[in-house]
Design a protein around this ligand. Structure first.
Ligand SMILES: [Zn+2]
Ligand SMILES: [Zn+2]
Length: 71
């Protein structure tokens, strides 16, 4: 069973300043703990659930791809 053990509260990521998005600044979202964390691994160290490193909205992805192509 995947459950929040409150550990995520210690690695909780703060909202980035300016126009930088959470995902763009390397933050990942845990659906179980329902917050953003600053964590290098692919899984939440708190509940073990897979972290989301990209926004659900594909517009962001497309925009990113276009930028990469231009460079
Ligand atoms: Zn948690
Ligand atoms: Zn979690």
């Amino acid at each position: 069973m995947m459950a929040c053990k409150e550990f995520c509260k210690k690695i909780k990521a703060l909202k980035p300043s300016g126009t930088t998005g959470r995902y763009a600044s390397g933050q990942k979202r845990c659906q179980v703990c329902d917050l953003f964390v600053k964590w290098d691994g692919n899984h939440c160290p708190c509940c073990g659930y897979k972290l989301r490193a990209n926004p659900r909205n594909s517009t962001y992805k497309k925009k990113n791809r276009m930028l990469t192509r231009r460079i």
